[in-house]
Every structure is written in C-alpha cells, then in structure tokens.
Design a protein around this ligand. Sequence first.
Ligand code: AKG
Ligand code: FE2
Length: 421
Amino acid sequence: MSSLSDVARSIEACLTSRSPYCSGTLPVSPQQLVLYYGAAGYPPSSRVDLSNSTPEDLDRLSDACQPATFGVNREDVYDESYRKAGKLDIPNFAPSFDIGSTGLVDIVRDALLDGEDDQRRIKAEMYKLNVYGKDSFFKAHKDTPRGETMFGSLVVVFPTPHQGGEFVLRQDDHEWVVDFAKMISDSAEKPCVGYIAFFSDVEHEVRIVTAGHRVTLTYNLYFIPEKQAIPVISSPAPYEQRLRELLHTLLTNPDLLPEGGYLGFGLRHQYPVQTHMKVKRLQKCLKGNDATLARVLSTLGITWDVRVFYDNHGKYPNYLHKRIVDMGDGEVDRYMLGDHMGRGAEEVTYASLNGKAITETDGDNDIVRKLAKVTDMASMTCAESSFLAWGNEPSLEHLYGNVCIIADLPPSENRTIKGME
Ligand SMILES: O=C(O)CCC(=O)C(=O)O
Ligand SMILES: [Fe+2]
C-alpha cells in the first residue's frame, strides 16, 4: 500500500495538472469585423473594417483612444511603464462583433470548465476595446474580479496586421505563450478572430507589439446564479475518476487521522473575499478543480465545508473560522485570541495525516480536533488582519487566513466511505 503522503502528493499532482486557459481561432463573417467608434468630444464618428484595415485606419482608431489604465487596490491607475496601450470604454464604440451569435461562450465553457461546472450557465460581459500600437504592452498582472460570480476573462483578438504582442500566462511553475499574430495569419479559415479565456487568478501579460496594431475586445466571464438547483447529468472532469480513486484510497486507510479530525485542501483559485464574510458562501461559486474536489468528496459521502485556516505557526493556537476575521483596532490579550476571533472560531491542532500532532494546543486535548493537510493549504484565497497583542510585552501581530476546503472525518472505526460504483 502506498504511504498516506504518497497518495496525498498524487492527489495534489492530479488537481494541478490542468491548464488554466483555453485559446484558439474562430472563423467569423466579415460583417462581424466592422467597428464603429466615436469617443465623446471626438467627432465625427468613424467606421473601420477590422478584416481589411490599413495602418492609417488603425492610427485613426488609436488616436480616438484614451491611455489604458489598470486596477490596483480597487483603483484605476495609469502608468506607462506598466501598461502602454489605448482603450475605448463601452459608451465610445459599437462593434458589429456579436459574441452571442458566434458560439464562443459555449466553446469557452466546454474547454475551460469541467465536471458539473460545464453545465452551469455563464455569460460574457463586454468590458473594453484595447488598441496596442507599436511598442505597446501590458506587463504581468491578474484581472480584478468584479463581483463574486466573476470567474475569468476572455480576450478576442481581431485580425489586424501586427507582430509581437504575444499573450503570456503563468501559474505555479508553468508558463504558456500564445502568439495570436501567427495563429491568425496561419489560420486556413479567413477571416477569423483569436480568443483566449482564463481564470481570474491566472497571471498574464501582453508582450511588446513590434509592428502594426493589435486590437482586442475584453470580456468579463460570470457564472449566472441558478435560481434553483437543477439536477444535471454531469460530465466528469478528465481526471475526476483518478481523483476519486486516490481519495478513496486515502480515506479508507485506517491510519488516516485514526481518532477523526479535519482534512484540509487549499483552494486552487482566487475568490473575492471581504472582512466578516461567511466563507460558506463560496461553496456555490467554486470553480475548476476546487469544484471537482468538492464534488468528489460529496460523492464519497464525506462532509466538507469552506473554512478559513488561521495558521499561527506555533506562536498561538491554530484556528478554523467560518468568517474572515477582522481583529479591529482594539488590543488583544494574547492568551484569549480565540475569544477575540469571535463566533465561528474553532481551535485545531495541526497534525500529520496519521494523526500525530505537530502543534501544541492551549485547549483541552480531548476536545481540540486535529487538522491534517492533503494539499498545500497556502490557499490562493487568503486574508490578513493585524492586531495589537498585549501580554508580557505588547507587539503588533498578524493573522494570516487561508480559505480552504475542509473535510470532516469521524474516527476511522466509524468511517463509511461510499463505494466506487
Ligand atoms: O488586450 C489584451 O490582450 C489583454 C488585456 C488584459 O489583460 C486586460 O485588459 O486585463
Ligand atoms: Fe488582464
């Protein structure tokens, strides 16, 4: 039998194996490539055919643009060393490109989402038109999620002559480079547009455009909340069966947390969180491999929840919490941290998978439950709060919370794991 930690490593590898984007080219009719624009205070309005444009046409379009800003801490910032490009806001242009009639949203849903998620309704909301002239670029960044149900972004690249401007994505130690100038000129079907869709937490950049004009439309991708749960026949993610087998092996091993406890899995995607928010709300918005993991746990009959893990590295006890904690401005007695964290805080002992305690507890050892990590609990969704601790010596302390999927296991003798039928 493989060791518990080997299985945990395989589960982690399985969950990290998918690429977080999809891209390609899509043939469209020439009528879809006509663009009307006219920024306020910039008469007269103009028309450009993006399937057949001259450099002068595109210079005129570029002149009608404002310098593109980008979001930092909820503010739009203009900085040419970070982003050099032109933009038109929604009121200032009207593309004939109608995403609804191209089938692109379905293509993206099928390629990007997996398992039950690929049955969920999604919508693409047009956000901006961008024009990258020669020497334009956009350095590495992540897109700001606008609302809880936003899960990704979609960029449509028009077939205007250009070189460079490759789209680069990065996640963990992987990097992917998508060269739309080449893809569009190599495409057998003309005219066409390029597209790329990716999850909001994926870092991406646009490399320098070395010649011509790169014109893009960006869209925000949202889940449409279900009014009521509709039973769906789900098509499982490609790795879902393997994940189910691995988790089954792990959970049926009697050496796994023999006295019961929690199993933790860090979220692999970023979700918008605010102070005081009940993280259970994220249960319904999990995306990609987070959603797959949650679904597999449910099919194995395991109770799970989304909780925040406050790992205090032995300095204080560790806590699981139902909410994102704000310690406020007040002073905190370091021996009463749990009380200050408020309702929903539960002290836990960090343990290895076989239940051996790694951290000490302040509380009663018979009551404090153990928490063992299966995948890295340095979650992609985290929150920080600082507080002034008093005790022997006052000091400024920080609480780092990682939002995780937490499975609740009874002692191994009472554990029933549903079969693999
Ligand atoms: O125009 C592009 O290719 C990407 C733009 C982008 O990353 C953004 O607007 O956030
Ligand atoms: Fe972006």
